[in-house]
Design a protein around this ligand. Structure first.
Ligand SMILES: [Zn+2]
Length: 140
């Protein structure tokens, strides 16, 4: 029986470039499996341009579609009390029964900046108002 691992389990073992290529391949494969029909007219679409584009096969449509991206934010919420060391907020996912904790994260809503997404996600997930959101870096 073939077993597969969540590709995120492999990420610590990969270079940044290899992780990027793996993420791209996974996203493209997922997109092709789940977007086989035109979003405009419902006809079958096929892959073109080295599988980077799908094109509707309806002669009256021929709309092209591209892989979507889902921007997300991962944030470390820090608190510096007047006395004592700085603290950070970690959370345990409510659907996962393990001792693993992580920083908060979430998807960016349409029309929302990355900083606004951080403020909203921390409020939604932890009920905490944050300010002074600082962008640090991006990753694929
Ligand atoms: Zn179409």
């Amino acid at each position: 029986m073939e077993q597969s691992l969540d590709f995120r389990m492999c990420l610590p073992l990969l270079t940044s470039r290899d992780a990027s290529i793996l993420a791209y391949g996974k996203a493209l494969s997922y997109w092709h499996v789940h977007h086989q029909f035109c979003g405009f007219c419902g006809h079958k679409s096929l892959a073109y341009e080295g599988r980077h584009i799908r094109r509707c096969q309806n002669e009256n449509c021929h709309k092209e579609s591209y892989p979507r991206t889902d921007p997300a934010v991962i944030m470390l919420v820090e608190y510096q009390p007047e006395n004592g060391p700085a603290k950070c907020l970690l959370a345990q996912h409510h659907k996962i029964s393990s001792q693993v904790v992580s920083t908060l994260a979430g998807f960016v809503d349409p029309g929302e900046s990355l900083e606004e997404a951080v403020i909203r996600e921390v409020q939604e997930e932890a009920g905490i108002e944050v300010s002074d959101v600082t962008y640090m870096a991006s990753q694929p």
